[in-house]
Design a protein around this ligand. Structure first.
Ligand code: SPQ
Length: 426
């Protein structure tokens, strides 16, 4: 797919439902008793993989009038699938479902695509094994495929090495099936959708600082969930509105959970013209409309506890930094290396090809702003966040930018290119 310079971006848009929340709505609705409805569910490939896995685990999940309806059978209502569960490209699906499957009374195998088969699973295998789970990496490389034999689990207190909502959630979900409370302490607080939504369904999860504790064997009751717009998807339009001349974008109904709103904090640090108009809390998650205007940006340092609140937005922020005055330093973000691609290497390789002044570090990137971008052929490495970041870069570069593997945006934002087209003024 090819992109050339945009003169202006103007208009209103609504980004699709939050990916993290959509996954959890399917999972927890499947474990609750009775009907759960999910409105504004993200029909991206990752969340469809989660639906597929829970259907294979015996749960009835239907789509009716644009609403997902899940007939949950309760905490002990899953049945052994007749085949291997395939999570596709979704790290969230494989890590969270592993926590749930560790406590069942049947065995199951899990796999995913070539990217998933390279992502680290040792980070969940270790704590789940401490809880008594039997979970093996079939190729003995700490990656998928995984084989899980359901066991009786024990509550533990686990200190994670990285701030990861997927690791925390896997442990808390296994904790539903344990014989005593389970707690997880993180080096910094990661997104807390699991804790919020489990409580919404009737579980008892208590959070103190960066420690979450779950009581075992709760009675979960089906709920009506409305998924807010995904701030990680909104991030492309926030950045695009800031760096494209003559632009003004109104983005409706974006989730602004404080464990996810680092992009808005960075906009403030860079001096971006972004107005947050809070409106309502949906299913326990705060939302807002955002008004974004062309901005003159300054470089900044992004580090520490802020990193988990914007980890998926860092590729887009790296592009924004090319348009800022001065230096932007991103550190404490080594986790970027183990996402759908090595997002440090891929950003540095592609932005360098476009003429940016960017250096990779062990745990982030250093970007000298103010060097105009030139169109180039860039490889998405089939990573949706890379493809979307370079579509925005291409609208602000001289000449033509071609993105290889551009269709991978279907993972989290199937209508992305249509939405980007719709706001371009000729
Ligand atoms: O699900 P997946 O493939 O891991 O997706 C990504 C993404 O960019 O969409 C990461 F590659 O988002 C993760 C995110 O990075 C989604 C997530 C969640 O829903 O719990 C948490 C983050 O990962 P982690 O490992 O930091 O917990």
């Amino acid at each position: 797919m090819k992109f050339t310079r945009a003169k202006a971006l103007r208009g209103e848009l609504t980004v699709p439902g939050d990916k993290s929340i959509s996954h959890r709505a399917i999972m927890f609705g499947s474990l609750a008793k009775g009907l759960t409805t999910v409105d504004n569910f993200l029909k991206g490939a990752d969340c469809l993989s989660t639906i597929d896995c829970f259907r294979k685990l015996g749960i009835s999940i239907e789509e009716k009038e644009n609403q997902i309806k899940i007939q949950g059978n309760g905490l002990h209502g899953l049945t052994q699938p007749g085949q291997i569960l395939d999570v596709g490209n979704s790290g969230t699906t494989i890590r969270l479902i592993s926590g749930i499957l560790s406590g069942q009374c049947f065995d199951v195998s899990l796999t995913g695509d070539s990217s998933i088969q390279k992502r680290p699973m040792g980070r969940i295998i270790e704590p789940l094994s401490q809880m008594g789970a039997s979970i093996q990496s079939v190729k003995d490389n700490d990656c998928a495929p995984l084989k899980i034999q359901g066991k009786l689990l024990h509550g533990i207190h686990y200190q994670t090495k990285v701030a990861s909502a997927q690791v925390k959630s896997a442990i808390l979900l296994a904790g539903l099936y344990a014989d005593s409370p389970t707690s997880v302490t993180e080096p910094a607080l990661s997104r807390n959708h699991t804790e919020l939504m489990l409580n919404f369904f009737g579980a008892k999860v208590e959070t103190k600082g960066a420690t979450a504790t779950i009581q075992p064997d709760p009675f979960l009751t089906g709920q009506a969930i409305t998924v807010p717009g995904d701030i990680s998807s909104a991030a492309y339009f926030i950045a695009a509105g800031c760096i494209t001349p003559n632009s003004e974008l109104f983005i409706r109904n974006v989730g602004i959970n404080p464990t996810r709103d680092g992009m808005l904090k960075v906009c403030k640090m860079m001096g971006a013209d972004v107005t947050v108009l809070p409106h309502k809390v949906q299913s326990g998650e705060p939302t807002a409309d955002l008004l974004v205007k062309t901005s003159s940006l300054n470089g900044c340092t992004i580090e520490g506890d802020l990193i988990p609140t914007l980890i998926d937005e860092l590729p887009m922020i790296a592009v924004m930094a090319c348009f800022a005055k001065g230096t932007t330093v991103i550190r404490d973000a080594a986790e970027l290396k183990v996402k759908e691609s090595n997002r440090i290497n891929v950003m540095v390789e592609n932005l360098t090809a476009m003429g940016a002044h960017i250096t990779a570090t062990d745990d982030g990137m250093i970007i000298e702003g103010g060097y105009p971008l030139q169109g180039a052929v860039v490889d998405s490495h089939l990573d949706h966040r890379i493809a979307m970041s370079f579509a925005v870069a291409g609208l602000n570069a001289d000449g033509e930018t071609e993105i290889l593997g551009a269709e991978c945006v279907n993972i989290s934002y199937p209508g992305f290119y249509q939405d980007l087209n719709q706001i371009q003024s000729s």
